[in-house]
Ligand binder design. Structure first.
Ligand code: UD1
Ligand code: CA
Length: 454
């Protein structure tokens, strides 16, 4: 077998409109596990450490290009102004691949589940064949292209629309993925015409054109689930379900406990350490890492955050981007944390908003405390030192800082810095009016009785 050290480049087709999504968003930008579909295709291929990655964009090209570069700024986007077919789409990458001496793998931006080892098997099969197509045994072959084999040689691919009844009976179908030497592929594609039922330039004409030149083509098989393409919202939801199932199984295999796995939702990049416990109904948005033995209690939403070892979150907590919880920190019910570091062992247990803040180790933030971080135009920081005791319902009006070991009285509105060790009281002094409570109540009751009499 050929060494897979021959350089390879990816060409990802992502120019189609995705009409059946019935959406203003280009199909490949619809999210799966919190990441656009095209990012899943990029990730599948990235495992091969490709020398280059070319994404062919068209419909919503600017938006697709932005998402592609946000994920990998080394990727090249080329534009296919008119969608004249898959063959025409691949040909748009010719300029970007000029002078590249290696293999190309063609992937689809709407096919997110292709496995790394399947791509590696395609490259390995190139040792014996010039063109390698990825096929699968379809449970319902429908509109898929059919692979016409002669032994292990692929004679040609026939699109369903152009197939005879005998050809339609073939269950071995085209996934759309193809591997070939870059220069050979571009050369063959230049010969592809559009005299077919769709009037399109088919990538699938390549094997027959190769055979006509005395080159050889083959098809290797993968599981149908890997080639699942997304064309409708229903298929997107089905793909999400499969994705979630796989991620739950993976999280548990890696040593996390999920009490009700079917109620926990992961993003493509969620990381859970060993012996993390996740209670029911938890949603992980993109960019979350949870260190070992942390507990995520029921009904939490986490995104772009880090949870330290043995920390506790929830129930009913929201960690937004930039929330960094130290080891053993505690975030309780109805607490929201954004762009804030919560120090080791610090506690924010009830009904709080902590945003744009640093809370030192061992500090206790009383119930109902809020960092007033936004003045309507700018965001400001709140710095709380170590072992600070913030009384319940304190308003920390940023920018403001509390030194180590400071305290605030409950109900305080803190607008000036509090030096270390001081107690800050920022509220009106209480006055008691002797007997007035009882007299007032009696008067109100009398008024009510008078009205009833009317
Ligand atoms: C294609 C294959 C078919 C295969 C099926 C697997 C061809 C001619 N047919 O059919 O054999 O069984 O995929 O799903 O290749 N695209 C572009 N530019 C274009 C046309 C398509 O970028 O001009 C992109 C689409 O956005 C999509 C992918 O290529 O991601 C496949 O195109 P699509 O039109 O869905 O091909 P199928 O008709 O499904
Ligand atoms: Ca398709």
């Amino acid at each position: 077998m050929q060494e897979t050290t021959r350089p390879c480049a990816l060409v990802i087709l992502a120019a189609g409109q995705g009409t059946r999504m019935n959406s203003d968003l280009p199909k490949v930008l619809h999210p799966l596990g919190g990441a656009p579909l095209v990012v899943h295709a990029m990730n599948a291929g990235a495992a091969l450490s490709p020398a280059g990655m070319v994404v062919v964009v068209g419909h919503g090209g600017a938006a697709v290009e932005k998402a592609v570069h946000a994920h990998n700024d080394a990727a090249t986007c080329v534009t296919q102004a008119e969608q004249l077919g898959t063959g025409h789409a691949v040909l748009q990458a010719a300029g970007a691949l000029e002078g590249f001496d290696g293999d190309v793998i063609v992937l689809y931006g709407d096919t997110p589940f292709v496995r790394e080892d399947t791509l590696a098997r395609m490259l390995a099969a190139r040792a014996d064949h010039d063109i390698v197509v990825l096929g699968f045994e379809a449970t319902s072959p429908g509109r898929y292209g059919r692979l016409v084999m002669a032994g292990d040689r692929l004679d040609r691919i026939v699109e369903a629309k152009d197939a005879t009844p005998e050809e339609l009976a073939i269950p071995f179908c085209n996934s759309g993925l193809m591997a070939a030497d870059a220069a050979t592929l571009m050369d063959l594609l230049a010969e592809v015409g559009n005299e077919n039922a769709s009037g399109e330039y088919y990538l699938t004409d390549v094997p027959a054109l190769a055979a006509a030149r005395g080159l050889s083509a083959t098809a290797i098989a993968c599981d149908e689930a890997e080639t699942l393409g997304i064309n409708t919202r229903a298929e997107l939801a089905g793909a999400e379900a499969l994705f979630q199932q796989a991620r739950r199984a993976e999280a548990m295999a890696n040593g996390a406990t999920l009490i009700a796995p079917e109620t926990v939702f992961f993003a493509h990049d969620t990381y859970l350490g060993r012996d993390v416990l996740v209670e029911p109904h938890v949603v992980f948005g993109p960019g979350v890492t949870v260190e070992s033995e942390a507990v995520i209690r029921a009904f939490c939403h986490l995104e772009g955050c880090h949870v330290g070892a043995r920390a506790t979150v929830g129930p009913y907590a929201r960690l937004r981007p930039g929330a960094e919880l130290g080891n053993e920190a505690r975030i309780g019910n109805f607490v929201e944390v954004k762009s804030a570091e919560i120090g080791e062992g610090a506690k924010v247990n009830h009904l709080s908003y902590i945003g744009d803040a640093g809370i030192g180790a061992g500090s206790n933030i009383g119930a109902g405390t809020i960092t007033c971080n936004y003045d309507g135009v700018f965001k400001h920081r709140t710095e709380v030192g170590r072992d600070v005791f913030v009384g319940s319902n304190t308003m920390l009006v940023a920018p403001v800082s509390l030194g180590d070991g400071a305290m605030t009285g409950s109900g305080s509105v803190i607008t000036s810095d509090v030096p270390a060790g001081d107690l800050a009281l920022g509220r009106a002094r209480q006055v008691n009016k002797p007997g007035l409570g009882a007299r007032l109540m009696a008067r109100l009751r009398a008024m009510k009785a008078g009205r009833k009499g009317l």
